[in-house]
Design a protein around this ligand. Structure first.
Ligand code: F3S
Length: 387
């Protein structure tokens, strides 16, 4: 990989030990994937924030780094709401470690916005054709597919290294040739908003790490695309998909998949709740203001009978205090900075109901509990049902 003089100096350690470590990671990655050079990036989203996933070794690695990030950088969700962790019944020990992780990132200049939807709170972080180094799979999918930016799915260390250097190796989804559709997906159904999570759950399993090109009867809304991409990134590892009428076509011979309303119904039925749900969690990916508004409307005049968590970014909750207040009047909790999958707080439950194809795919493996799927209205119904 070609390095400029300045990059070479950083690689040799002439600009400090942290930059040397960062360059070592970027060069190693570039060499593995055949990158020809490093390219400047607009922003970074760093995974590896929840103490549940990074543990002591991760905390030590971040704490040992010095210096400041060279481009705007934000964090993925942490293992708890950084302010209301006691309400999540997080232990003191975990909380102390989690706060240290966030503080260590903050010292490096990473903003403590802990969210998988940075595009909802700071649109300037990613514009069309920008190169990025983002980590969280649903954010990566959204950036590539909806915004039209270019990012690989970075691991925690490579994202942080990219933030310190302000560059990333040019390979994978940064290159045009890897952005060509591989599958044609025809969806012959009038979709409800809650169908997109299930659709993504099905398509991700079918296409793996392919690049699906959808044909829909109508253009999906932004929150629907958010749900679709998140689910495909979790049940498969889709980092880029196309949905616009004028998107490039998959080449001749590409695999074609046709899905009907019946296919979606069958998977929904397989994953319908069967009465033993003990927690309901929505906001995967983090809820938008529109989604909070819908939940506030659905919860109006109701009381929750079992835990109902709504996960969102702190800046969204702060932007919508009246909605948060209305939601919480029902006994539901709006938690920020975290989510049902990366927080150990959900470990004490047995069956979680979600309205997210991504959570449906992840909860059984990562939280070791059963999962059920429903729309936002069905989730509220399950949370407020007596008995
Ligand atoms: Fe976000 Fe957690 Fe879902 S990081 S996409 S809410 S699993």
């Amino acid at each position: 990989m070609h390095l400029s003089r300045e990059e070479e100096r950083a690689y040799q350690g002439e600009l400090g030990e942290s930059l040397r470590k960062a360059m070592e990671i970027l060069v190693a990655l570039g060499e593995i994937y055949g990158a020809d050079q490093l390219i400047p990036i607009r922003s970074v989203q760093v995974a590896g924030v929840s103490f549940k996933t990074i543990g002591e070794a991760g905390l030590e690695w971040i704490s040992d780094l010095r210096g400041k990030v060279a481009v705007p950088a934000v964090l993925n969700p942490a293992g708890m709401d950084l302010a209301r962790w006691r309400e999540m019944k997080i232990g003191e020990n975990f909380a102390k470690k989690q706060l240290k992780v966030v503080e260590a990132y903050r010292r490096l200049g990473v903003s403590p916005d802990c969210t998988c939807t940075p595009y909802q709170i700071r649109p300037e972080l990613a514009r069309r054709d920008d190169h990025l180094a983002w980590s969280e799979s649903s954010a990566v999918s959204f950036a590539n597919s909806v915004i039209g930016a270019r990012t690989n799915r970075e691991g925690g260390p490579s994202a942080l290294a990219a933030a310190l250097v302000g560059k990333t190796p040019r390979y994978g989804y940064h290159l045009e040739e890897n952005r060509i559709p591989t599958h044609k997906i025809a969806v012959d159904a009038d979709l409800e908003p809650s169908d997109y999570g299930i659709l993504g759950f099905i398509v991700g399993r079918e296409v793996g790490e392919g690049v699906p090109r959808f044909r829909f009867r109508r253009r999906p809304e932004v929150d629907e695309l958010k749900a679709l991409g998140a689910a495909m990134a979790a049940s498969g590892s889709v980092a880029l998909y196309y949905f616009d009428e004028d998107a490039p076509d998959a080449p001749k011979g590409a695999e074609e998949i046709a899905l009907t309303a019946e296919d979606l119904r069958a998977v929904r039925e397989e994953n319908a709740p069967d009465g033993d749900v003990d927690i309901v969690a929505v906001g995967c990916p983090h809820s938008s203001p529109n989604e909070l508004e819908e939940l506030a409307r659905l919860l109006e005049g109701k009381r929750v009978e079992r835990e109902l968590w709504i996960c969102t970014a702190r800046r969204i909750a702060e932007r919508c205090p009246r909605l948060v207040e209305k939601i919480e009047r029902s006994g539901a909790r709006v938690f920020c900075d975290t989510c049902m999958v990366v927080s150990p707080a959900s470990d004490r439950y047995n069956k979680m109901m979600v309205n997210s194809g991504k959570a449906l795919a992840y909860v059984p493996g990562l939280c070791k509990m059963r999962a059920a799927y429903g729309s936002a209205a069905e989730c509220v119904e399950a949370a407020t049902r007596r008995g």
